[in-house]
Each structure stands twice: as C-alpha cells, then as structure tokens.
Design a protein around this ligand. Structure first.
Ligand code: PLP
Length: 458
C-alpha cells in the first residue's frame, strides 16, 4: 500500500482507471478524456485529492457521511468484529450479536411502532425488499389484486430494476424497458415550478390530491402502496409544502394503501430529526434506510416495518426473500457504533436547534443574488436554484449548463457542491461547525458570483 503510493502518481492512477474501471452514472468517453479526480483522504468535513488539494465536502460523500470522515471508533469496531467473527449468515435460524444489537437500537431511534428491521446492503436493495414485503402483505391479507405501486416523477429510489421503476427519472427509464409493469407515477410536489399563483400550502394539497386522482383512475382494489422521499434528494432537494404529507397520509388511509417513506437520505438526522417523516408529520407503514445508517463507512441498509405490517406477516409462513449479507456482523457493528455516536453526542439535536437553522439562514440570504431564483431546504440539506429570470421563475434554456459552470467554480474554490440540472445541492456532514459552514457558504457565494460573471449577469 505505502509502496504503491510512493511509486504511483495521479496520471498513472488515472490511466489505470481509464483502462479498467467503469463508473456509475458516467459518460465514460468524456471522463476518460478529462481524467478522473482521485480522492485520497478524509477528516471531519474535509477531503484531500491526490494532487494535495483540500476540499470541504458539501455533499457528505453521496448524502451519507453524516458523522464526517476519520472517526477512528468505527474503524476499530470493524477491525475487532472481523477478528471475532467476520461473517455468518442469518438464514439458517442463526444470528450474530451485532445484527441483534443494531435491530434493538433501531427500534429505539425510529418512531413508535417500528420494532422490526429487515437488513440489506444498499438503498436500492432495500427498496426491492419493500416491494416484495408489500406484495406479500396484500397476499396475506387476501387482497392479491393490490399490487400496483405509485410513486412520483423525478423521485430517486435506486438503480436496481425495482428501484429504477419506483424512481421517476426519465433518463433512467429511457434505457430500459422501464418502469416495469405495475409501477405508476404522479407529478412531484414542486411548488417553484408548478405552483403558479397558488400559495405553497394550497399547492401542497393540490399535489397530494394527484395521488387520489391516480388511485381512483387505477381503482383502489389494485393499488398496494405509495412510495416517496420526505424531501426528494437526487431530484434536486424538492421540499414539499407542509400541507403535502399529512394529506398524502389521509388519502392512503382512506383507500387502504400502504405508505412508504424512503428515508435513505432524510434518515439519521439530515433534516434535523431522526427521520424525515418526523419533520413532515406523517407516520409511514414502512421506511427504507441506508446512506446515513453507517455514515457510509460500510455498505448496509434496512427496511423498518411498522407493527401494523409486521404483525400481519408474522405467522404467514416463510418469506422467500433475502441476501447473503443480511445482518452482516461487521456492517451491523459499524452501523451500531455510528448510530450510537449520533445519539450520544446529540448531533441530530445540534442540527435541529443550531447548525441547521444557521445554515438555512445564511443560504436564504442568497436569494438576493441575481442568479438565484429560490433557496429551499431543511436541516443540513438544501438546494440553490439557478435561474435565467428570477421575476418570472424562468429556467435557463440550456438546462444544466449554469449548474455545471457553478460546480466547476466550486471545485476551484475548494468546495464540493453537486449540480442537478441548474440546482446546486448541499448536504454536508452533520458534524459541520458554524465556522465550517461560514467557510463552505462563503466559497459557495463566491462560486455563484463567478458563474454570474461568466453568464454576463453580473
Ligand atoms: C441513494 C438513494 C437510494 C439508493 O441507495 P443505493 O445505496 O445507492 O442503492 C434510494 N433512495 C434514495 C432516496 C436515495 O437517495
């Protein structure tokens, strides 16, 4: 390892990557021409690349490194567990201590009524599990016709066949035949784009009622569940109006349809509460968790199953579904340590009462910038929407160009922000301090200025 570092250089690693590594969601030819960036080290909210550049990670990796980089406790727990018991399965009437301890801890930190977990290794996998659980649930309840699942345009629920079908990303569906049959979509609750003259609260009710219209169109006897992220993450941090989720819940209960909260991003503190459904005041039947569950230190995911659903499934015979690494002892040990630190250091409370409001307040001040149409977000999750014409909420003609320009300026200014179209996304580690927020958002503002100058708007 040390040998390689001594002998290799950025250009050599880039060449190896070009020759042998296919990246996810990447235009290979474009990347290979440009050369990949190599991240070599992380500490707290900072990353370093192979050229020695220091960056503030405004995206917590990929929305996941909630605890920040370099927490030695997690590395120590992993090493200890690998030495003690690296693997054993949970299929054959066996378990391991970390898997069981984590299940208990999860029942403590999740909302009331969530007492059972089904483990997986990624958000996508766990969403597949949710679909299997839902279909099974309605079979056991002797309503086998209830199979269709409704989700939203521009939602992200992962990249497996079920995840991509649940998701509402046109550019993913295009490369299918996707979505698979039995997955239906309604429009997202995007007030800025679709709200027109309605107040956000009026629009929230209207958007929720698109679900009711869809249920009536399909027939409630055929609809199994509604699936949504409390705040859509990859879709551009689309924050629904406060009226939206309670109305969605009312509609689901009225038509006897299961409600799934995909908490892969919002879970484990991102919005200032343990789970996004708590921030928006609704009580789902199932919750998918991944990213923040281990702060990205190791792959793990899970589905929390409310007693309402778990009690029906229990006593219905074997559930013919599972993954080799369900309840993996090393992954569950690391997740347990991560969640314990989030709890014991009161990190989520700090996001709720201190760093979250501070971050959002500074960001809101960006709305005076000529390039910024809207700032939206909760807790430590936000989007800065770049627009051509603020007064008329008018987007740029060439969507994505301003975003890409801004992202490049961010990189030059020592921060990582992600661009989704022309929305600049932020989701820093939850351990970020006020001075680090000042540094991150100071550079963000500078990057907006540079982008506006490039576009001749400043
Ligand atoms: C990232 C994400 C997923 C998929 O998780 P993977 O671990 O990438 O499979 C699912 N749902 C949401 C909301 C996500 O953000």
């Amino acid at each position: 390892m040390t040998m390689n570092v001594a002998l290799n250089s950025t250009s050599q690693w880039q060449q190896e990557d070009r020759d042998h590594h296919l990246h996810p969601f990447t235009d290979t030819a474009e990347l290979n021409q440009k050369g990949v960036r190599i991240i070599t080290r992380g500490q707290g909210v900072y990353l370093w690349d192979s050229e020695g550049n220091k960056l503030i990670d405004g995206m917590a990796g990929l929305w996941c490194v909630n605890l920040g980089y370099g927490r030695k406790e997690l590395a120590d727990v992993a090493a200890r567990q690998m030495n003690e018991l690296a693997f054993y399965n949970t299929f054959f009437q066996t378990t391991n201590i970390p898997a069981t301890s984590l299940a208990t801890l999860l029942s403590e930190v999740t909302p009331d009524g969530f007492n059972r977990v089904f483990y997986g290794n990624s958000g996508s996998e766990s969403n597949d599990t949710v679909v299997r659980l839902i279909w099974r649930y309605w079979d056991v309840r002797e309503k086998p016709g209830k199979k269709t699942i409704i989700s939203r345009n521009n939602a992200y629920h992962g990249s497996t066949l079920a995840g991509a079908s649940l998701g509402g990303m046109g550019y993913m569906h295009e490369q299918g035949p996707l979505p698979l049959p039995g997955f239906e979509h309604i429009e997202e609750p995007n007030w800025y784009v679709n709200g027109g003259d309605l107040s956000p609260d009026e629009f929230g009710l209207k958007a929720a009622r698109w679900l009711e219209e869809k249920i009536l169109e399909l027939g409630a006897d055929s609809v199994a569940a509604f699936f949504g992220e409390p705040i859509q993450g990859a879709g551009g941090v689309i924050v629904p109006p406060d009226t939206y989720w309670p109305e969605i819940q009312r509609i689901c209960r009225k038509y006897d349809i299961l409600l799934v909260s995909d908490e892969v991003i919002c879970g484990f503190g991102r919005t200032g509460n343990w789970f996004g459904c708590q921030t928006f005041g609704f009580e789902p039947d199932l919750m998918t968790m991944a990213k923040g569950m281990s702060s990205g230190y190791i792959p793990i995911s899970g589905v929390m199953i409310h007693d309402r659903v778990a009690d029906v499934l229990e006593g219905s015979g074997e559930f013919n579904h599972g993954y080799t690494y369900c309840g993996h002892p090393v992954a569950t040990a690391v997740a347990h340590a991560n969640i314990s630190i989030l709890r014991d250091e009161a990190i989520i409370e700090r996001v709720k009462t201190d760093t979250g409001p501070y971050f959002q307040e500074i960001l809101r001040s960006f709305e005076d910038h000529p390039l910024v149409g809207q700032v939206r977000g909760r807790g430590l999750m936000a989007a800065i929407q770049l627009v051509k014409d603020k007064a008329n909420r008018q987007a740029f003609d060439d969507v994505g160009k301003a975003g890409a320009m801004c992202r490049n300026h961010c990189s030059d200014n020592g921060i990582i922000m992600r661009a989704t179209g022309d929305a600049m996304l932020l989701s820093p580690p939850l351990v970020i301090t006020r001075p680090e927020i000042d540094e991150l958002l100071g550079s963000a503002r500078k990057s907006l200025d540079a982008t506006a100058r490039d576009l001749g708007m400043m």
